[in-house]
Design a protein around this ligand. Structure first.
Ligand SMILES: [Zn+2]
Length: 176
């Protein structure tokens, strides 16, 4: 069964907590396999580019990400589904880019911040296998955004110019 889970919103204290690592044995359990399926289903139903377990009120170090013709990000390139468990991210090089971000936990808001343009992500997939990938541009940004959720960080915390905080409708009208 795949269920759409309720997404908790900014102000819920669990969005500000540090999520706990999962053991490779735990990953294989029906409980966590169901959670991963539900995260994917919820992300797709909400048109998210990614979602992290704390956003569905589970403080586990898991996120999923995917973009495939997403109406919330009409200008962004697609990237395939990635399930990341106990992920770690390191920048490749020093290049940063301007990132206009939104968040399912902060509905209809956009803000501009800096992210690493290219990163290396390591972690475990849903079968408990270690993986290492290089991500660039939007995929790199989404991975950094989702990893922040595992550490209780929201994108607004990383904004340096709060004047760019805006509603999605105005963002699409004036900035896109
Ligand atoms: Zn988010």
């Amino acid at each position: 069964m795949k269920n759409i889970l309720p997404v908790i919103k900014m102000g819920h204290p669990n969005l500000r907590k540090t999520a706990q690592p999962i053991s490779t044995d735990q990953i294989q359990t029906p409980e966590y396999q169901q959670l991963i399926d539900n995260l994917i289903t919820t992300m797709r139903a909400e048109d998210g580019a990614g979602i992290a377990a704390p956003q569905v009120d589970v403080l586990a170090r898991i996120f999923v990400m995917e973009v495939d013709n997403n109406p919330r990000y009409p200008d962004k390139p697609s990237f395939p589904l990635l399930v990341a468990i106990n992920p770690e991210i390191k920048p490749i090089g020093e290049e940063q880019l301007d990132s206009w971000e939104g968040c399912l936990s902060i509905p209809n808001i956009r803000g501009n911040l800096k992210r690493w343009a290219q990163v290396k992500i390591t972690g475990y997939d849903r079968f408990g296998n270690f993986f290492e990938k290089e991500l660039s541009d939007f995929a790199s940004v989404v991975a950094q955004h989702e990893l922040d959720h595992l550490n209780g960080v929201l994108f607004i915390d990383r904004m340096t110019d709060m004047k760019t905080l805006c509603f999605r409708e105005e963002f699409e009208r004036f900035y896109l």
